[in-house]
Design a protein around this ligand. Structure first.
Ligand SMILES: [Fe+2]
Length: 279
């Protein structure tokens, strides 16, 4: 796992983006930035439809746009480019960022072939120190036979979207591990939304080994106010432990962006969801 920490907390705001342009590299699985803190933060909202502006939003978007093309989906928080992550009471038992049950490790949007290459998270508030769970397994050390079978087998990923529109994307048949000469091993992971009925006995055993591999590499990373995290969505799975929200304006408040290295290649194609971008 390659984790890069960048401390910009003492930089002037106008110097931060220029410094980030020099420092950011796709070779890092995880990049954690500390920004200068801004006083007078508002309470954590109750719903993403509320006014959710924070003092960090502009800088977060500028930094994200340096990583790649920021985009949203038509069925996700009304197509917002920056999505809100805080506990919402009615979602408390769901496998969502707005839930409070243990959010199992997953890579984002595993059932969508046009999923993000990189995810960005901004922490507006986290007084309770609720960590992100992250796992960037090292596949180079894994048994070659298992790796080859994971690369060659086709698994069925079920559509996991909390869609507010009628049309849902279809399930996706895909290998869960890919290897490329330029990017090494890349994986797609969501053990909650995978069709175990379609697996052969061999595939099921391999998938159990795959789960063990990913889960055993889990680390906890607790974000503080004014920190930004970029994670490679093909190198690193993410989740969150169970916690007890207070719904009183002090709960953990993160924001998230989806970033593509080149969203234009997706815009020309017909997908079940509209991709929203302003590039
Ligand atoms: Fe997620």
């Amino acid at each position: 796992m390659i984790l890069t920490k960048l401390d910009y907390s003492l930089l002037r705001p106008e110097a931060i983006v220029a410094q980030f342009k020099e420092d950011f590299s796709f070779s890092s699985d995880i990049t954690l930035l500390s920004l200068p803190k801004v006083n007078e933060q508002r309470p954590t909202p109750k719903h993403w439809k509320d006014d959710c502006r924070s003092n960090y939003d502009d800088l977060f978007l500028q930094l994200s746009r340096h990583v790649g093309d920021v985009f949203g989906y038509s069925d996700l928080q009304d197509g917002k480019l920056v999505q809100e992550i805080f506990p919402i009471f009615k979602d408390r038992n769901k496998q969502l960022g707005s839930g409070s049950v243990h959010l199992e490790l997953h890579t984002e949007d595993p059932a969508l072939p046009y999923r993000a290459d990189v995810l960005g998270f901004l922490c507006v508030r986290n007084e309770d120190k609720i960590p992100n769970l992250l796992s960037c397994p090292d596949f180079s050390a894994v048994d070659a036979t298992l790796k080859n079978r994971l690369i060659e087998s086709r698994y069925t990923i079920l559509s996991d979207r909390p869609s507010t529109i009628d049309y849902k994307p279809k399930d996706l048949e895909t290998a869960v591990l890919h290897e490329s000469p330029t990017e090494g091993y890349r994986f797609i992971y969501d053990p909650v939304y995978i069709d175990y009925n379609k697996m052969s006995q061999r595939e099921e055993l391999d998938f159990k080994d795959f789960i063990e591999l990913v889960e055993s590499a889990t680390i906890e990373l607790s974000m503080n106010e004014a920190q930004v995290l970029f994670i490679n969505n093909y190198k690193c799975a993410h989740g969150r432990p169970q916690f007890t929200p207070k719904y009183d304006g002090t709960d953990r408040w993160l924001k998230r962006v989806q970033i593509s290295k080149d969203v234009s290649k997706h815009l020309e194609r017909e997908y079940s969801l509209d991709i929203i971008t302003d590039i």
